[in-house]
Design a protein around this ligand. Structure first.
Ligand code: NAP
Length: 373
């Protein structure tokens, strides 16, 4: 795998002696590489940056801004002197190494699901609940963990939260169309190879996924629970409750019963992998506690941070994953009254967001930016 270089357009680097020291854990992965791109583009200030991955990658070179760095093997000693560590190496690595980093005084911004439901660990989408960081008393210089939500949850909540604030979501039904890169580099390579093979008249080789991915789609590959929903679907439900402040986390795999959360919206999801390389799409149906017209919703979304509207009915032009690829905003379109309900009690929308970016690396870097304030 070629490791990308991330040189910012202007010549100077954002390295400053007074700035925090950084570590990127999982730097050779799909999210890790996006971390470097986002840090460079946003000129995130840093005094030093450590590139960490598995022993397999130790010694590989990564270029970031004006320097070339050697990737180091992640070990328990990796966090000495590190202020902020951006983690994206999977849940088991986070579970093992995030507590070690915290002990060393590092703030971990974690992209895995390891700590999202842990009470006391804030689960943050900066446009939605930046205040969760202050409430949890997270401060630079004191070790702590901040969890980055699941990519589908982030992409839904950036546009839905302002509507929820205006009219109260009573019920949310989400159907996702999720890209290969959501499952990392190996999934992207599998989709590409299968597409080549099928077009060449050869059988598709299934390694990561059980089913053919190219020219096909299938139910999300995460584990199915006893209720028939897969983990990705239940993350969307439970993470929304935590981010919107209906509960503080279970600290275990126990499922939260929405009927036990006063005023909590009813949420259900169907998550599907589609043969798109990058950026997730979601169809979202909302029922409100009080009427909200299509025009009011459009005005709210036009002002919403992190949202761009593509909703050109005359030309039948609406958001696509390619529109969202490499972009920071979540794109919203197909905004229309839910015809199955009387009056303005329901709304349909279709959203696309780059899950490597807003669904992972950008959201985590925005959290790190909040720590600098
Ligand atoms: N992809 C997304 O859109 C997305 C969105 C939100 C959250 N996430 C989460 O982010 C994490 C990474 O996802 P990804 O898509 O970037 O996966 P990926 O492309 O497969 O990358 C995995 C990274 O983890 C590193 N790693 C694996 N085992 C390690 C070990 N023992 N010690 C240190 N590093 C190790 C890999 O290093 P080597 O190259 O050395 O193996 C690689 O850098 C996962 O928890 C995922 O759920 C991903």
């Amino acid at each position: 795998m070629a490791i990308a270089t991330h040189r910012s357009s202007a010549p100077q680097s954002s390295r400053r002696t007074s700035a925090p020291s950084l570590a990127v854990v999982g730097v050779t992965g799909a999210v890790g590489q996006e971390f470097l791109a986002v840090l460079a583009q946003r000129r995130f200030p840093y005094s030093s940056i450590k590139m960490l991955a598995s022993a397999r990658s130790a010694g590989k070179e990564v270029t970031f801004q004006d320097r070339t760095y050697k990737v180091e093997e992640l070990t328990e000693a990796s966090f000495r002197g590190i202020d902020i560590a951006l983690f994206s190496a999977g849940g088991s690595i986070s579970k093992k190494f995030a507590p070690v980093a915290v002990e060393a005084g590092t703030i971990v911004v974690d992209n895995s699901s390891a700590f999202r439901q842990t009470p006391g660990i804030p689960l943050v989408v900066p446009e939605v609940n930046a205040d969760a960081l202050t409430t949890a008393g997270i401060k630079l210089g004191q070790g702590a963990i901040v969890a980055n939500p699941n990519c589908s949850t982030i992409i839904a909540l950036v546009p839905v939260t302002p509507l929820h604030r205006a009219a109260g979501v009573h019920r949310m039904v989400v159907s996702t169309y999720q890209a290969a890169s959501g499952a990392g580099y190996a999934a992207m390579l599998e989709l590409e190879q299968q597409a080549r093979d099928v077009l060449a008249g050869k059988p598709a080789q299934c390694k990561l996924f059980k089913q053919q991915y190219a020219f096909n789609l299938f139910s999300h590959n995460s584990a199915l629970g006893p209720n028939g929903y897969n983990e990705e679907e239940m993350k969307l439900v439970h993470e929304t409750y935590k981010i919107w402040g209906y509960f503080a986390g279970t600290g275990s795999s126990v499922q939260v019963d929405p009927f036990s959360l006063p005023g909590a919206p009813r949420i259900s999801a169907t998550c599907v992998r589609v043969p798109v390389m990058r950026a997730h799409a979601e169809s979202i149906n909302l029922t409100f506690n009080k009427p909200l017209s299509e025009d009011e919703a459009r005005q709210i979304l036009a002002q919403a941070p992190g949202v761009s509207i593509i909703d050109d009915r005359a030309n039948n032009t609406f958001p696509t994953p390619l529109d969202a690829t490499g972009k920071d905003d979540v794109y919203v379109g197909r905004l229309r009254r839910d015809l199955s309900q009387d009056g303005n009690w329901g709304l349909n929308l279709f959203v696309c967001g780059d899950q490597l970016r807003k669904g992972a690396a950008l959201n985590a870097v925005q959290i790190a930016e909040l720590l600098l304030k």
